[in-house]
Design a protein around this ligand. Structure first.
Ligand SMILES: C[S@@+](CC[C@H](N)C(=O)[O-])C[C@H]1O[C@@H](n2cnc3c(N)ncnc32)[C@H](O)[C@@H]1O
Length: 220
């Protein structure tokens, strides 16, 4: 099936529009007809390699993917169609809109893989990781949920670690260098990881845990 056909036929069935929901009112479990045990979210899935591999490996998880890039959405839809996946929903828009619409604590795992680094200092404020989105992620993630973040840009890596440490709701799970230098076996590779390696920029793989809300040292 061609790109246009898959977009016309499948996207209306699988697309989720956050604007249809009041702020904080979208329970993502209500989006799936099949029974699911958890909800995982990928922000900026690009061509969708990671999301498709995860959705195939975990048919009992409901996946929400956010990606405004229409070619990437079409690529993911093609795999969804070929593999008859019924556990994926797509937001073709800024992930911030989705985060605002979700109920608190409704996401059990999140992925942000090779977000645009916006390397020029004057563009740093466009980075996905910043106080607003970190607070929004802390609100929607369940206690104990893991948030996986990858980058091949070392300035952005330092920025990510600083922002998540400052927010205090997140604990970086690395104990030794191999924990962040090597991609875990259950973490499928993406196109941007390959691009980074080819360009001599070895990626880092950061895993954070959303701290329990009743923890005395953290904000709610
Ligand atoms: C550098 S690409 C990485 C794509 C993919 N994750 C990978 O590893 O191959 C970053 C992607 O994030 C998407 N993106 C940027 N800002 C976004 C936002 N606010 N919400 C959702 N996606 C976003 C872009 O459209 C782009 O496809």
């Amino acid at each position: 099936m061609g790109r246009r056909e898959v977009l016309e036929r499948l996207l209306p069935q699988l697309q989720l529009c956050p604007a249809d929901y009041q702020v904080g009112a979208l329970d993502p479990r209500s989006l799936f007809e099949v029974e699911i045990r958890a909800i995982w979210l990928e922000v900026g899935f690009g061509a969708g390699e990671h999301l498709a591999a995860m959705a195939q490996a975990f048919p009992d998880i409901g996946f929400i993917g956010c990606e405004p890039f229409i070619n990437g959405v079409a690529r993911l839809l093609t795999v969804i169609d070929q593999s008859a996946l019924d556990n994926v929903r797509i937001v073709m828009d800024d992930a911030g809109l989705l985060l605002d619409s979700l109920t608190a604590g409704s996401i059990d795992r999140a992925f942000l893989l090779f977000p645009d680094p916006w390397p020029k200092r004057r563009h740093n404020k466009r980075r996905f990781i910043g106080p607003k989105n970190v607070a929004a992620m802390a609100r929607v993630l369940a206690d104990g949920a893991h948030w996986r973040v990858a980058t091949d840009h070392m300035d952005y890596c330092r920025w990510i670690l600083a922002h998540l440490a400052a927010a205090r709701q997140f604990q970086w799970l690395a104990r030794r260098p191999g924990d962040w230098r090597l991609r875990p076996d259950d973490w499928p590779a993406t196109r941007y990881e390959e691009k980074g390696i080819e360009a001599g920029r070895p990626p880092v793989f950061l895993s954070f845990r959303r701290q329990d809300r009743q923890h005395p040292d953290i904000q709610p």
